[in-house]
Design a protein around this ligand. Sequence first.
Ligand code: MTE
Ligand code: HPA
Ligand code: MOS
Length: 772
Amino acid sequence: MTAARRPIPHDSAPRHVTGSARYIDDLPEPEGLLHAALHLSDRVHARIRSIDLSAARAVPGVAAVITVADVPGDPDIAPVVRPEPVLAQDTIEFHGQPVAAIAARDLATARRAARLVKVEYEDLPPLLDLAEAVEKQSLLLPPLQLKRGNAQEAIARAPHRLNGELHLGGQDHFYLEGQVSLAEPREGGDTFVHCSTQHPSEVQKLVARVLGKPLHSVTVECRRMGGGFGGKESQAAQFACIAALLAHRTQKPVKLRLDRDEDMIVTGKRHDFLVRYDVGFDAEGRILGYDLLLAGRGGWAADLTGAVVDRAVFHADSSYWIPDVTITGLCCRTNTVSNTAFRGFGGPQGMAATEYVIDEIARHLGRDPLEVRLANLYGKTERNVTPYFQTIRDNILPELFADLLASSDYRRRRQEIDAFNAHSPHLKKGLALTPVKFGISFTTSFLNQAGALVLIYEDGSVQLNHGGTEMGQGLYIKVAQVVADVLGIGLEQIRITATRTDKVPNTSPTAASSGADMNGKAAEAAALTLRRRLAEVAAPILGVPPDGIRFRDGMLQGGGNVMSFAEAVHNAYIARVSLAASGYYATPGIHFDRTTRRGSPFFYFAYGVAATEVLVDCFTGEYRFTRADLLHDCGDSLNPAIDLGQVEGGYLQGLGWLTMEELWWDADGRLRTHAPSTYKIPTARDLPADFRVRLVNGKPNPAETIFRSKAVGEPPLMLAISGWLALKDAVAAAAGTQRVHLDAPATPERVLLAIEAAKRKLAAAPEAVAAK
Ligand code: MTE
Ligand code: HPA
Ligand code: MOS
């Protein structure tokens, strides 16, 4: 029996549910462990005049108190663009920025001492508002602009024109395991770090940098994360570096684990976006010219904002061919926390903007948004070039639309819902169907590489290691399935091991949904090398040429003869043949030229469609999602059980972003939603009452990916755009006008206000409702 393509449970599932899966805070504490705490600034933008650490240092049990001045190496931990000091340097750039770090014999002592750090400030004027940042051109990086034809001319010539503005909110990662690192000084000045990170190699690099040491003296290990969602792609490093600095200073092991409030205050989130659009279209709603501004809030530092805004720009075509188009992406600088990767990485914001515009076009013309979507959809062999001039060769959206329209019974339900709304004064239903097309590959091309290490022991058991990290998404089991199939052995013969920088070096973050694609291929390469070696040893014994041997069911079979895998391994060992192999993979054929703004940054696209129905109580704005039909493309899924979970979880996380998760900063720039009491994430109860999720069947990836599968981690999140636009549909029904505006997150409060605002608009100018 082969392992790949089967719905095998997550390798840690029993440990997850019994509590025996170890996260970093569960590890046995090393002798002499110190606990760390941070002093966070209570200013939003200020110059640091002086820092007095004496009271903190005087607390009994405190082993060390450090500021940026105590960093032996380079204190800058920017992943891409400097400056990003590990602790505040000279100025405070956002409320809650860490200024000092304390190590003490227990956590309570460390936290008490942290409050005794005294800082004198000279306040500076803060820039908090995103629109103001756009106006003042407060930017972290130069803009990226995609351009084809002349959008403004096409808009001016078009029979219809609309323009407007939209705000899309941010989102906290709310991984169940917060940021945590445990650093240990080792022999010879080496440092070992357990870190909950999607990017062990970057943590290694930055720990080495702050300590002023070569990379070979630092080892980073991550067995698993209790969720990452992008929040541990770049931003785990700061806490690992602080733990390592304190460990270096005290020569004791140090653990730094943020509590939930600190984590939410100190770490970056999904970028909120200000969107401005100008669009020209014909009577069928076909877009003729489109001019779009996507202004993302980077916060105080660049972090990954450049790449996030790039991906927003690359996904603002959504699934539609737009002849004359200009898309401009801005990386705005404000005195707020530095925003970072979050599932979809800007893609959801770019897609949501254009799906909103399509919805506006349809309402303006008095058409079903579905028909406008179909009219604009990318073609298969024509109308298939993106605004960055990549030709789309794998478009399966027409089939997916046809399939979901039938299975969700969309057209009949559309009529039923309209009839229901006509007779229901206070409860209104809404329905929307939206597509997803998501580009797979890091847009930072050099990151598209991976490595693996496969070891076979003398008894035929196998250890598997690769550069990918496990955050609950099922990467480890998928890669193990690949190796099991290549070697023709059972999964139980393969031991999955923790990701470590001393096993596979110079790895990329597990991100951009590419973990299984890339590490699967790298592990396959290593396993193929080992298979070839074993075949050469076994060939003379079985009496067949090496390539006549099949590896299956724990056996080598050839010429009617068989040999067990363990026997072949033993023979190879005796024959002095190496049983260890590394494998490497680099995604072929991708490129993008920032100066010409042209290229093919994506290896392929992943697709999906979703139809979501909602029921709104017009007295309160409260709502329930009554039904959702999802159809998602995983190519030939490596593991349909894992992938189904990714589709369900991604959709619900997207629904949280667009509907209930609201981040709220006060006028002084302080985040006031920093705990589950004030920040509401979706739970199982918020799932659509009737939830029908399917994977596309029988469509292998035409791109040569691992076993023709497709990446699945991020794309399904964007299926939730249908939920948000279903709410907009219900708001229109409730207000009795198509002129509605609904920012995200569409909380019950915002839904209620949207209904009221639309009603007021209608009362002020009833004549404008008539279709033009
Ligand atoms: N699923 C779980 N359970 N937990 C996570 O943290 N992160 C998502 C997605 N699915 C995440 C998840 C994000 S942001 C990405 S990029 C991918 O998983 C990364 O893993 P992959 O490349 O192996 O799919
Ligand atoms: N996705 C996720 N992470 C990244 C990317 C990307 O495209 N580029 C750089 N880091
Ligand atoms: Mo995912 S946002 O690419 O870590």
